[in-house]
Ligand binder design. Structure first.
Ligand code: IMP
Length: 192
């Protein structure tokens, strides 16, 4: 896939193509749909990183026969503190859900899990509200630096032990709209 001018020269290598990501989303959709057959489902995307995952996943679930009886998509927005490429676990809730979580079947949809602190924070926050079921779905799993043993119910693809961008993942708010997952050239991190 040829890159446009805005990101020219910044990509070191492609890790997963748009097609590989689409196939992973379809597999996740099949598994989630089968687990919630005939039941209502609330998909909670964690912004901003999960913006594409949750929208693509919701549409893929809709196409699975015998899936949930209804699907509501909602969002939380968090910002995680840390350095440029790693979070500290200090999470700030910037926007809460609009939908009520109590009594619902909820799947938290995350872009990537690295040390696990963000997902642990969100799982605890939502569990307090008494959902009927609470599960987590993550597209990219980076299991090398976990600091907490957080449960991942649905995992898409294994991510290498690198800082990655694309398909919703950013570096300083850039690169989210890359259609594939990529590793950046080292010079990108040195430019202020
Ligand atoms: P954790 O708290 O370390 O599990 O990280 C979760 C959040 O950190 C994700 O939702 C991302 O926003 C961000 N993050 C972790 N690894 C990466 C990466 O490789 N690229 C971009 N963002 C990342």
């Amino acid at each position: 896939m040829k890159i446009g001018q805005s990101y020219e020269g910044t990509i070191k290598r492609q890790i997963y193509s748009a097609e590989e990501i689409a196939a992973a989303i379809e597999r996740l959709a099949g598994r989630i749909a089968a687990d919630f057959t005939g039941q209502p489902l609330l998909l909670l995307g964690v912004l901003k990183g999960a913006l594409y995952v949750v929208t693509d996943l919701a549409r893929a679930i809709a196409l699975v026969p015998d899936g949930p009886s209804e699907i509501v998509v909602d969002y939380l927005c968090v910002s995680s503190y840390g350095n440029a490429t790693r979070t500290s676990g200090e999470v700030r809730l910037l926007k809460d859900t609009t939908a009520t979580v109590t009594g619902k079947n909820v799947v938290i949809v995350e872009d990537i899990v690295d040390n696990g602190l963000t997902l642990e924070y969100l799982s605890a926050l939502l569990a307090e509200r008494g959902p009927a079921r609470l599960a987590s779905c993550v597209l990219f799993d980076k299991p090398y630096h976990r600091r907490v043993d957080v449960a991942l119910n649905y995992v898409g693809l294994r991510c290498p032990d690198e800082f990655v961008v694309g398909y919703g993942l950013d570096y300083q708010e850039l690169f989210r709209n890359l259609p594939y997952l990529a590793q950046l050239q080292p010079w990108v991190f040195r430019v202020e």
